[in-house]
Ligand binder design. Structure first.
Ligand code: AMP
Ligand code: GLY
Length: 450
């Protein structure tokens, strides 16, 4: 069996690792944006190329005739790589372009949920730049102003309505200091992509719940909490994610059983709504970005792919065959029995260059990882390159270090120990997965819910 894996980054390494553990022993044909040493060590062929160059990718497909493809990042999924593969008879574990709008258009997803009575959105409005008419910018801005000021009492979020590398969302009180700044950003979004979503700013604690999806069948994975801020204590600019944890019961310490059930049900309803809306089934990984609020669970966003770092927590726990799951997703035969996860906790801490995310000062400098890695730890390589046995930093997240244990304290200790042995101009967040930070989340949730 041959599997085409279109992905780079530590998420790609985790996907390659899950494929390589399959009893089917598939040959992994990797299409990767960089010469990722982790993916290379597991792949039988490695093609370093732009993952948006569909023509070149098709040449590789023709030469290697894979049985199916797994696509990792949002950009090729959002641009329709699964559609291109379908045209030549290659099935994909990734949604087609129309279904991937669940990630690539925030407005599409809010409207979809409203139309299909999935009651998990904040108050929102989608503003569109009128085509073929000049419109009246003053009137457009008055409507936005009224919505923000009167409906949302000045607590709002402005969302660019297309993929923007995780940088399209601006939140009042954080990035936007007053309503005028919000309107100004909304106008920029309208100028650039013709649509903008303005919504209520929710107060709560965020978490991710991902599901394997094949049409109307959804099977959930362990819930995970990400940490987007660059520095200890959740301070500094947003990043792609500095680390994550998941608990042994597959829930999170600040969530109730009902919260988790609601989130899982919302994923199921969204998958069902997507079939009705797009006229075909979603096949792939569906990432629900949720927030537990005063009176339940709401949706912050959807992604049409595995999360990074979430994949680094979830995939090492998978004890059933990932190839069987992929085949089930493609054939429509996916079921609960195909999916088993170890009842263990995980903590992932990302090693990043010291000046990440603001600058790339350390690009090209050497980084050294400990040689001996215990069985209850994983290192998933991200933005680094290997030359003559030495590893050199790229500018983005370097490697996700995962500790696995019977509880969070044990998993955190394993991850922390390995992180502190990494040598080079790098840093990581010590507080991720620590008892103190987790207690802070529990207290926050108690305060919100009274
Ligand atoms: P997104 O790209 O939609 O995940 O948004 C990025 C980040 O913006 C999220 O992780 C949240 O921290 C924040 N965010 C997005 N939407 C909201 C909302 N409605 N209320 C509060 N925070 C939000
Ligand atoms: N963990 C955030 C993301 O994958 O988008």
């Amino acid at each position: 069996m041959r599997v085409l894996l279109v992905t780079s980054s530590a998420r790609g390494h985790a996907l390659a690792d899950a494929l390589a553990r399959s009893p089917e022993k598939p040959e992994i044909i990797s299409i990767c944006a960089n010469n990722n040493p982790g993916i290379r060590s597991l792949a039988s062929e490695m093609h370093v190329m732009n993952v948006m160059d569909f023509e070149k990718i098709l040449e590789v497909v023709k030469q290697t005739t894979p049985d199916f493809a797994v696509i990792g990042p949002d950009d090729p999924i959002g641009a329709g790589l699964a559609d291109v593969f379908e045209e030549i008879g290659l099935p994909s574990v990734a949604p087609k372009k129309s279904l991937a709008r669940v990630e690539s258009s925030k407005g599409f997803t809010r409207n979809l949920m409203e139309k299909h009575c999935i009651n998990a959105s904040p108050k929102f409005m989608v503003f569109e730049r009128k085509q073929n008419s000049r419109g009246d910018p003053a009137e457009e801005e008055r409507d936005m102003y009224t919505f923000i000021d009167q409906e949302l009492s000045g607590n709002y979020v402005v969302k660019y309505d297309a993929l923007k590398g995780g940088k399209g969302v601006k939140v009042s009180g954080e990035h936007l200091k007053n309503v005028d700044e919000g309107i100004q950003y909304a106008r920029e979004c309208l100028d650039e992509c013709g649509r903008v979503v303005i919504e209520e700013k929710l107060i709560g604690v965020e978490f991710s719940l991902l599901s394997f999806v094949s049409g109307s069948t959804t099977v959930e994975m362990p819930a995970v909490q990400d940490h987007k801020r660059a520095y200890e204590g959740d301070t500094g600019p947003n990043t792609g994610g500095m680390g994550t944890y998941s608990d042994a019961n597959h829930s999170l310490p600040f969530l109730t059983h009902t919260d988790l059930r609601q989130a899982s049900e919302i994923n199921r309803l969204v998958a069902a709504a997507l079939i009705k809306e797009c006229g075909e089934p979603y096949r792939g990984f569906l990432y629900g970005g949720f927030i537990a609020v005063k009176d339940g669970v709401k949706v912050i966003e959807y992604n049409a792919r595995f999360g990074d770092p979430e994949a680094l927590n979830i995939l090492p726990l998978l004890s059933s065959d990932f190839v069987t799951i992929c085949q089930g997703i493609i054939s429509g035969e996916l079921n609960d029995e195909m999916v088993r996860f170890d009842k263990k906790a995980t903590v992932c801490k990302y090693i990043v260059p010291k000046s990440y995310p603001e600058r790339k000062d350390e690009k090209g400098m050497e980084v050294k990882f400990p040689r001996e890695i215990p069985g209850n730890a994983r290192i998933y390589y991200g933005d680094l390159s290997e030359v003559d046995g030495k590893m050199f930093l790229g500018g983005s997240r370097t490697a996700g270090i995962v500790g696995i244990g019977k509880n969070l304290a044990e998993a955190e200790k394993v991850a922390q120990e390995i992180c502190s042995k990494v040598e080079g101009p790098v840093r990581f967040r010590s507080d991720i997965g620590s008892g103190n930070l987790i207690q802070k989340r529990i207290d926050e949730m108690k305060r919100i819910r009274g």
